[in-house]
Write a protein that binds this ligand. Structure first.
Ligand SMILES: *[C@@H]1O[C@H](CO)[C@@H](O)[C@H](O)[C@H]1NC(C)=O
Ligand SMILES: *[C@@H]1O[C@H](CO)[C@@H](O)[C@H](O)[C@H]1NC(C)=O
Ligand SMILES: *[C@@H]1O[C@H](CO)[C@@H](O)[C@H](O)[C@H]1NC(C)=O
Length: 415
């Protein structure tokens, strides 16, 4: 009989006429069959397990209980069969700008990764636990539209157990407040582009996209009522990437992305502006006697435009996370993060009575180019562009609220 070249004849090759080899082969065969079946039936493509999870021996041998020493922010994304606790049809408040499924995104793997700290387990988001932690409390997200994105994620997560009531929104949804009646919990968002005061420069009656930024004047839009909040998550950065003039004590001191020769002002750089703005924002908390809350600075959330910047047809159509090589030590995202972390450390040193912590999402998000809407969104502004800044819901941004829940639980256990 002629055997096809595709037929698998391991015994021909390995056994020959040697009885010891035959016995050895028969012993090994069941194991091979088992392994093959396991590989084939494994719900997770094996290459994913190999490349995207970063198990350490520590995590296999002991799964420690939640303890304070574990750094929640150093870890990796692991494949998660359970997936998100909500969908675009169970979250009534999911905005069109983040509803990627509704706008044609067909891949869904990006929803199925969980953040796994290297040396402990991050508890799954539990809406009941979260609402109990925040019973009779007020939480506010302060910042730009990425801060709003985290609030929208939290609304979706919580609305699985309790429907919130819309108690306030301004005409363009930049300031919103929701109330969860059975836990008497208030969730709010305060809009601020720079954390500090700024005016857009008007030219020929039209907004120019350029700003006068008063780096030493915290923006009253958020400082005005921050003292009423028990927990605040403060963030910002994306608006700084545009031409601006900087002021201190009301006088121009420099500029950014500017023609220094023409302006007689020095280009002081992005890092300078960010450092000053975060310094002023944190100083506002430090100097506010009634501010007795728990404060977080949520670090820079990276954008992932490829093949061009946002206004040059850049896009982000990846469908899988990057491996650890996605975080290069010299990345400018890490520089921005470093400025934010440094300012928190500085203020914590001089005002020990304030609790100001870092919600350090930058590295985790740098490897998630797959989490953005790209072309799959619909919103009132900038429709012509791909969105590689905000995050689809459900999506990796949900992990920020998982981290927030854990950080708040840890702080509560110290009280
Ligand atoms: C939810 O997303 C799916 C695709 O994943 C889409 O077919 C559906 O229309 C969306 N539903 C809603 C209510 O947006
Ligand atoms: C404060 O918020 C109002 C309302 O959205 C806005 O018009 C104003 O420009 C904001 N102020 C600053 C400094 O951003
Ligand atoms: C992303 O877009 C480019 C250009 O259109 C295409 O070549 C590539 O296959 C796309 N990637 C995925 C994962 O769809």
């Amino acid at each position: 009989m002629k055997s096809s070249s595709f037929e698998f004849h391991p015994c021909k090759k390995f056994c020959g006429n040697n009885p010891t080899k035959t016995i050895y082969f028969l012993m090994v065969l069941p194991f091979c069959i088992f392994l093959a079946l396991f590989l084939l039936s494994s719900p997770v493509p094996i290459y994913k397990q190999l490349f995207f999870t970063r198990p350490s021996h520590h995590q296999i041998l002991v799964i420690p209980k939640v303890e304070d020493s574990c750094d929640l922010f150093s870890g990796g994304w692991v494949w998660d069969l359970e997936g998100p606790i909500y969908t675009n049809s169970t979250c009534p408040t999911l905005p069109d700008s983040k509803n990627c499924g509704k706008h044609g995104r067909i891949d869904t793997d990006y929803m199925k990764w969980r953040w796994k700290p290297d040396s402990c387990e991050l508890p799954r988001f539990d809406p009941k636990r979260f609402l109990n932690l925040f019973r009779h409390k007020k939480l506010v997200f302060v910042g730009d539209s990425v801060a709003r994105n985290q609030m929208e994620s939290l609304l979706c997560l919580l609305s699985q157990v309790e429907t919130p009531t819309d108690i306030y929104h301004d005409h363009d949804d930049r300031f919103r407040r929701w109330h969860f009646p059975s836990h008497n919990f208030v969730l709010a968002v305060f809009w601020t582009k720079f954390l500090v005061h700024a005016d857009e420069i008007i030219r020929n009656g039209l907004p120019s996209g350029e700003f006068n930024i008063h780096l030493d004047r915290p923006d009253a839009n958020w400082t005005r009522s921050i003292a009423q909040y028990d927990v605040a998550v403060i963030s910002d950065a994306h608006w700084f990437f545009r031409p601006s003039t900087f002021y201190e004590s009301g006088h121009p001191i420099g500029c950014l992305y500017c023609d220094s020769n023409k302006r007689k002002l020095k280009d002081l750089g992005l890092a300078f502006a960010l450092r000053k703005a975060f310094h002023s924002a944190l100083r506002a908390l430090k100097e506010c006697d009634e501010c007795k809350g728990l404060y977080f600075v949520r670090t820079f959330s990276p954008a992932h435009f490829e093949h061009g910047s946002w206004n040059e047809g850049g896009r982000c159509n990846r469908t899988e996370p990057l491996g650890p090589e996605g975080v290069s030590e010299s990345a400018f995202e890490l520089e921005v993060r470093e400025i934010q972390v440094h300012e928190v450390k500085k203020v914590s040193k001089v005002s020990r009575d304030k609790r100001i912590k870092v919600l350090d999402v930058t590295k985790a998000m740098m490897v998630r180019p797959d989490g953005h809407p790209n072309e799959h969104w619909h919103g009132p502004e900038m429709e012509a562009f791909n969105d590689c800044i905000h995050w689809c819901l459900p999506g990796p941004v949900d992990a920020w609220n998982e981290l927030l829940m854990e950080m708040v639980a840890r702080e509560r256990s110290k009280e």
